[in-house]
Design a protein around this ligand. Structure first.
Ligand SMILES: [Zn+2]
Ligand SMILES: [Zn+2]
Length: 383
């Protein structure tokens, strides 16, 4: 702990967690080119802490960022060749406190949500910090203070990370590091369902797409009292995990003659009250529209890679609401953690693989190609 960055540091550190000068970090070069390097450790400023990253999960959006760039935005542009470290679903241990931070203690385990808004724009003032108008404006002369780990600021495929205290959620002792990385995923599902109206107890919910957000969407919908909850997908192994997370019905779309009819046979001819759409394909979006009842709501938690054609006339004539969510908003991660710490559902069922930091390329390949039934793949940077 003798290097200049730490010497000049005005916050709090502890001998129990000595902070080295550099850390191992993966950085993104050209698309799909990741290199493991030694990177300097940034120290936390006001309202920030430094975390030792103990576990980080891979998300489908990380794969998009690494191959294509968006939705990451670094220094106002694409994230390539800017010493940028991706990864956004991480947890760890607090090892340094920025000046005036008394909300957390050194040694505490926390998991993080992605976005810390600028705190000063119209949306942040409304509590909608995931829709911050200053997204990505956090560099050079235009520093508005916005941060989104692994999207507009450095992420978690490394050993230490600075985080705003507003992004932290305390992890109970009994919860494993791996499970704690899933809080942000469950929080995204929770945000989608609460933004649909929140009062979903006794209402029918259909979840399309049994990826991590869809699977935990089933779990959160059940925990919120929805019923029946139906999960639609194409892979029986994933659908069966959905069943274990509480789905009342699972439907393999490949085996159904007409998925909309199948849903109406379950929920009644008026259709489903709420649909959480996590597949992001033209077919899935149109199925979602056709299976939702009049005045019902569809939440879009996945996005197609190009513009697509959807049945707008049916949507309008039937007063169906449809809207997108970006990530985990409105502190939904805290509500997800409340359910998970109470054991209301077993999020661990979606965690399938663990690798160490050096194995990141192999881990990404497992996630991308779903090798060996991979769903959530977790990296342990200190293993
Ligand atoms: Zn994610
Ligand atoms: Zn803002």
């Amino acid at each position: 702990m003798d290097y200049e960055g730490v010497k000049e540091f005005k916050g709090t550190i502890s001998d129990a967690y000595p902070i080295p000068k550099t850390m191992k970090a993966w950085i993104l070069g050209d698309p799909d080119q990741l290199t493991l390097v030694e990177k300097p450790i940034e120290m936390p400023k006001k309202a920030e802490v430094l975390l030792r990253i103990d576990a980080v999960a891979i998300c489908a959006t990380d794969l998009d960022v690494i191959s294509y760039g968006p939705p990451a935005m670094i220094e106002g542009g694409l994230p390539f060749n800017k010493q940028f470290t991706p990864g956004h679903e991480y947890m760890g241990t607090v090892v340094a406190l920025g000046p005036s931070v008394d909300e957390f203690k050194i040694g505490e385990r926390v998991t993080v949500e992605i976005h810390s808004g600028c705190g000063q724009c119209k949306r942040c003032r409304m509590g909608m910090y995931t829709s911050c108008h200053n997204y990505g404006l956090n560099y050079g002369k235009v520093d508005k203070g916005h941060r989104a780990n692994g999207f507009t600021t450095d992420g978690g495929f490394k050993q230490y990370a600075v985080n705003n205290i507003n992004t932290l959620i305390k992890v109970p002792d009994k919860m494993s590091d791996e499970e704690a990385t899933l809080v942000v995923t469950a929080g995204t599902s929770m945000y989608g369902l609460t933004e649909l109206g929140g009062l979903i107890a006794g209402e029918s919910v259909v979840v399309i797409g049994p990826g991590p957000i869809g699977l935990l969407g089933v779990a959160v919908a059940k925990a919120l009292g929805a019923g029946p909850v139906t999960l639609i997908g194409t892979r029986d192994d994933r659908l069966n995990i959905g069943k274990r997370l509480g789905a009342d019905y699972i439907l393999n779309v490949k085996k159904e003659k007409d998925i909309v009819t199948s849903i109406k046979n379950i929920v009644g001819q008026n259709g489903a009250d709420y649909v959480l759409e996590c597949a992001g394909t033209e077919q899935a979006l149109n199925d979602a529209i056709m299976m939702t009842n009049r005045g019902g709501k569809i939440c879009l938690a996945a996005f197609p890679h190009e513009p697509i054609k959807i049945n707008i006339p049916h949507l309008v004539i039937n007063n169906i609401y449809m809207y997108g969510i970006r990530g985990e908003g409105k502190s939904a991660t805290h509500r997800a953690m409340a359910f998970m710490s109470e054991g209301r559902f077993d999020a661990k069922l979606v965690h399938t693989h663990t690798f160490n930091l050096e194995e990141l390329p192999k881990a990404l390949k497992h996630a991308r190609e779903r090798i060996d039934g991979a769903i959530k793949v977790v990296i342990k940077p200190w293993a």
